[in-house]
Design a protein around this ligand. Structure first.
Ligand SMILES: Cc1ncc(COP(=O)(O)O)c(C=O)c1O
Length: 302
């Protein structure tokens, strides 16, 4: 257990990475992954994505073979899998996950499976935890979770992971010298969240699904937006390239203009290694979402 999934992830990086070791990160990625790798003096090795926003499996196979099973400097130690994904909301199928697992097993690469959005799934989509696929995969997987998303307890800072005993032992050594344990009060609150009545989770999931449906319908109705229907988490990740002009040349410019002209805050795709896209979060009220989309519509029409 650590101070949020974030610290647990950082503990893993510190345990696994020696200077110039590689960590395979599929784009678009949650922002802290690459920065944590760099802070541990590792090298993020990015994998590109297809039109469906899922990783290019053949590229992963190639990179894993090139840097996996390599002894010494430059070897790939870890792959980070995040499904449902922040920022795209995509959910990997059982087949996809099995294929990713096979590549990692073959090339001696450990897997970080960040499952913090596992409870937020829509349209009947299913979450598969890679560690449950086989005993072999369980051995090389570090499964991450937290109370921050599922129970909207972001500020309580409780994240946790499950992995092989030896890995946990090394992580404990690292955390002992940084923050020790997370605040006891937050630990008791997390126990209550995890063991108490779970109805609130389904209530939240249903509300998010309504918001997802609404945003997706409204965004795709605006000519020029190109958007994959997200199946999980609480983000949509539309492509904005069609709106580039003399003033707006990338997603950073688009987000900047939208903020200054329409007072709407979105995150430019560059932050996630995917320029030409923006991330819209729907972890806010329906009222604000409606107002936000109205403003985006006016901003595009102007
Ligand atoms: C994919 C992903 N992993 C981990 C975290 C960090 O979670 P925590 O707040 O528990 O540190 C986030 C938070 O945004 C996230 O989106």
């Amino acid at each position: 257990m650590g101070n949020g999934a974030k610290q647990v992830l950082d503990d893993i990086m510190r345990v696994f990475i020696n200077p110039s070791d590689r960590v395979i990160i599929p784009k678009p990625f949650w922002v802290s992954y690459s920065q944590q790798v760099i802070l541990s003096e590792g090298i993020p090795e990015f994998i590109d994505f297809d039109a469906d926003l899922k990783l290019k499996m053949d590229q992963l196979g190639f990179i894993a073979e090139k840097y996996g099973n390599v002894k010494g400097d430059g070897s790939a130690k870890l792959l980070i899998l995040n499904s449902p994904s922040n920022p795209t909301g995509i959910v990997y199928s059982r087949e996809d996950i099995a294929q990713i697992g096979e590549i990692c097993l073959k090339n001696g690469i450990y897997i970080i499976s960040d499952e913090v959005y596992e409870k937020f799934l829509y349209g009947g989509s299913k979450h598969y935890s890679i560690a449950e696929l086989s005993d072999e995969l369980k051995e090389i997987t570090i499964t991450i979770n937290a109370v921050s998303k599922t129970y909207a307890m972001t500020g309580w800072r409780i994240g946790y992971c499950a992995a092989d005993k030896d890995i946990i032992k090394q992580m404990t050594k690292v955390q002992d010298q940084s923050t020790s344990n997370p605040c006891t009060i937050a630990q008791w609150a997390a126990i209550e969240a995890l063991e108490g009545n779970q109805e609130s989770v389904e209530v939240m999931r249903q509300e998010y699904e309504k918001r997802r449906d609404y945003i997706y319908k409204r965004i795709t109705a605006i000519k020029g937006f190109d958007c994959v229907l997200p199946e999980g988490a609480f983000y949509v990740f539309p492509k904005v390239k069609n709106f580039y002009n003399g003033k707006i040349k990338n997603s950073f410019d688009f987000a900047g203009e939208l903020l200054t002209e329409a007072n709407v805050a979105v995150v430019p795709g560059t932050a996630f290694g995917a320029d030409d896209y923006i991330r819209i979060s729907y972890a806010t009220s329906m009222e604000k979402i409606k107002e936000g989309i109205d403003r985006i519509e006016n901003f595009i029409r102007r």
